[in-house]
Design a protein around this ligand. Structure first.
Ligand code: SF4
Length: 487
């Protein structure tokens, strides 16, 4: 009989936009917890839902392994789990129901359960762990196995005598290097590799060098690690990279931290440690433009193998960045993008439309910025109020019937913004077309200057102009008409 069957509630095939990318990442947060519990002497296994398309398959696994505890422990490093998508919530409830029918004790740790513990308790969870979960899980399972009291275990929510008990919050883990290397051996790495390779992409694994973010962008939910920020040492991370390179022959990594290398000097020390250990890699990160511009950060990133950085540009309008409490300047977006491109580091933007008070003129400034800077990739979304954020409090009286997106491509406006959902969906397509147009024109200009550098990508991008010019023009006309219609 197994002590703990770990699982989680994200299913790529149920999130079509993500599944189309064919770039799934193993559930890093889940295997961190599994590794710690195993190190402390419990028998553990993993039912990884990422590449599955329904929650029912877990039943066979439960029948076979007979776990005492079914732990749904979401990967808090995967930003998709923070979106609290209803499809994934339903899947979690189904797995809980199945676990319960086989007499498992059900423990859940996720952003959604942290924000909506009552829903999970109502649907059969025995215990909810709020926020960062490893230590609470270890204490809880040790106590339950030894029939000891659980009243003093921090960050735990449960029902006793028909009353919901919420224990005081636990401090986040300060010394992250205390944690063992995640239990990668429980993951079927080849099945991930196959999806990447079938999509024609180089297989990439995910690593986290930090937990949390100290910034206060007022729409950003941080239900797991909060506003505290802690970091692994460069030595731990380089050892982790060496382990993954040796065991799985992987050379490319997605550093899935909210903000990579925030501690002053960390990126430089990481670069030195890589050199000392003779490790080479390619990697990509998320960061902020203001941090990238600090001292020689971009030089150290380029030297250490950074290929691509995603920045939360959000808007080309300073008044919207200020309204979001983003703490960055439009000018910094321009400067960081220029410097990164000079170092041959790809730059990708997250853009957000529909923030409270955003006008037509703010939208035009964002489009202008995208067309002038032509990032290498673009992710567009609309403002999405998540519980626990200042933005949610601002719009909560105006929230419509629907409170969560179904999947990450939903993009429905949950509150009354300047325009309606249909407008923002059309705007999303229009901006992508304008972006592709700018990319095509850049390639055309470079090719005209230097015809010998014509690549197959350039030919493709230039030929697409024949589609994007008329199509973007038509979208612009439709958007003009839609500006006057609001729900
Ligand atoms: S910097 Fe990024 S992770 Fe931090 S609060 Fe802002 S959006 Fe959230």
């Amino acid at each position: 009989m197994l002590d703990i069957l770990f699982s989680h509630s994200y299913y790529y095939p149920l999130d079509l936009k993500q599944w189309k990318n064919q770039t799934p990442y193993p559930p890093l947060g889940t295997i961190y917890a599994a590794s710690l519990l195993r190190e402390k002497g419990f028998t553990v296994d993993l039912f990884d839902t990422n590449l599955r398309d329904n929650p029912y398959e877990i039943e066979k696994e439960i029948i076979k392994k007979k776990p005492k505890f079914l732990v749904l422990y979401d990967d808090g490093f995967n930003y998709l789990t923070k979106m609290c998508l209803t499809t994934m919530r339903k899947a979690a409830f189904e797995m809980m129901r199945i676990g319960k029918s086989h007499e498992c004790t059900i423990i859940v740790n996720s952003s959604d359960a942290t924000d909506h513990h009552a829903k999970y308790l109502f649907n059969g969870a025995d215990y909810i762990i709020k926020g960062e979960g490893e230590l609470t899980l270890l204490e809880l399972i040790s106590a339950l196995k030894n029939n000891q009291p659980i009243e003093k275990i921090k960050s735990l929510v449960y029902i006793k005598d028909e009353e919901t008990i919420t224990n005081p919050k636990r401090e986040v883990l300060k010394n992250l290097d205390e944690l063992p290397i995640p239990a990668w051996d429980l993951v079927d790495i080849d099945s991930y590799r196959k999806v990447w390779n079938n999509g024609g992409k180089e297989f990439t694994l995910n690593l986290a060098t930090t937990r949390g973010c100290p910034f206060k962008c007022n729409w950003c939910a941080k239900p797991i690690y909060g506003n505290r920020y802690n970091t692994h040492s460069p030595e731990y991370i380089v050892k982790h990279i060496q382990y993954l390179q040796k065991k799985y022959k992987v050379e490319r990594f997605w550093m899935c931290d909210d903000i990579f290398g925030l501690t002053p000097g960390w990126v430089q020390d990481f670069n030195l440690e890589l050199k000392k250990q003779n490790v080479t890699l390619q990697y990509y990160i998320q960061s902020r433009v203001d941090l990238l511009l600090k001292e020689d950060t971009i030089d150290a990133l380029a030297e250490s193998g950074l290929q691509e950085v995603w920045v939360g540009a959000e808007s080309g309008s300073q008044s919207i960045l200020d309204a979001m409490d983003k703490g960055t300047k439009v000018e910094e977006i321009y400067n960081a993008t220029t410097l990164l491109k000079e170092k041959n580091i790809r730059v990708a933007f997250f853009i957000q439309f529909g923030y409270l008070g955003e006008t037509k003129s703010d939208i035009s400034k964002t489009i202008k910025m995208i067309k002038e800077l032509v990032p290498d990739d673009l992710g567009i979304s609309v403002s999405y109020p998540l519980p626990g954020t200042k933005f949610y409090d601002k719009v909560k009286d105006d929230l419509r019937f629907k409170a969560n997106w179904t999947d990450s491509d939903d993009l429905a406006m949950m509150f009354k913004s300047t325009y309606n959902s249909k407008y923002y969906k059309k705007l999303h397509r229009y901006v992508h077309k304008e972006y592709r147009k700018s990319q095509g024109l850049r390639f055309l200009k470079t090719t005209l200057k230097n015809p010998s550098k014509l690549s197959s990508i350039a030919v493709k991008r230039i030929s697409y102009l024949l589609y994007y010019f008329p199509s973007a023009y038509i979208d612009a006309q439709i958007l003009k008409r839609m500006e006057h219609i609001n729900e």
